[in-house]
Design a protein. Structure first.
Ligand SMILES: [Zn+2]
Length: 237
């Protein structure tokens, strides 16, 4: 039976902040733990979106590339989609939606998987550029990020709300990515306006944190915890 109450995360955001961009888990293994999710690919090569068991990366060039099971990822979160509640959205912005969800769902202390399918009158994204060794830290790597915008685009928003308590392991608050229906536009979402869409939300009961224990760089890394909050806010919001 599919486990639909668990968020499975490989790697931590703190590892990316520290410049650990090497892929450490094959996508094929990640997808055993979920068919829906977000993350990044080896060498921080783009914004990853997983919908219906297929992963794509949206690269800094804007190009969308389907990923094969042998692709390794340094950081990703997945779950098996099983919408507990779906409803229609019309004309709402991402900020309005966040406020509505927080007011109605009392979600501050839980992980929530979100998927929105439909048409968006506006979608504004960005995508990180692939990095080369020696890797910089995340703040430096994300200082320049290409942005993309489309109007009247149909597709899927996939992402999570995570309790702020877990900032560091992941991004506290909402973190969501987009991919359009024709699979040639997407990225890390900056803002959007829904035209008409269906939203499903899934409150997740467990969070499994998987670590790349055989990666020697990870094992030896000294994480700068004092500046972690600031670094994440700078790179991810
Ligand atoms: Zn992102």
């Amino acid at each position: 039976m599919r486990d639909t109450i668990t968020l499975y995360q490989h790697g931590t955001l703190a590892m990316l902040v520290a410049g650990l961009f090497e892929g450490t888990l094959p996508l094929g293994e990640l997808l055993e733990h979920g068919d829906t999710g977000i993350g990044t690919a080896d060498s921080l090569d783009g914004e990853m979106v997983i919908v219906d068991g297929q992963a794509y990366k949206v690269q800094g060039s804007g190009k969308v590339v389907p990923l094969t099971p042998d692709t390794k990822v340094p950081f990703a979160s997945v779950h098996f989609m099983d919408a507990q509640e779906t409803r229609s959205l019309v004309g709402v912005t991402d900020e309005q939606l966040k406020e509505q969800l927080q007011a109605e769902m009392k979600m501050d202390n839980v992980f929530v998987g979100v998927r929105i399918d439909g048409t968006f009158s506006h979608m504004h994204t960005r995508a990180v550029n692939k990095q080369v060794r020696p890797f910089p830290n995340l703040t430096a790597a994300t200082r320049v990020q290409p942005e993309f915008e489309q109007d009247q685009v149909s597709g899927s928003v996939v992402g999570y709300f995570s309790p702020h308590l877990f900032q560091g392991a992941t991004v506290g608050g909402f973190h969501w990515h987009f991919i359009n229906t024709t699979r040639d536009f997407g990225g890390h979402i900056l803002d959007f306006t829904v035209n008409q869409a269906e939203i499903s939300v899934q409150v997740l009961e467990n969070m499994v944190q998987h670590l790349p224990i055989t990666n020697t760089e990870f094992r030896a890394k000294n994480m700068a915890l004092d500046s972690l909050n600031k670094d994440i806010d700078e790179a991810e919001h």
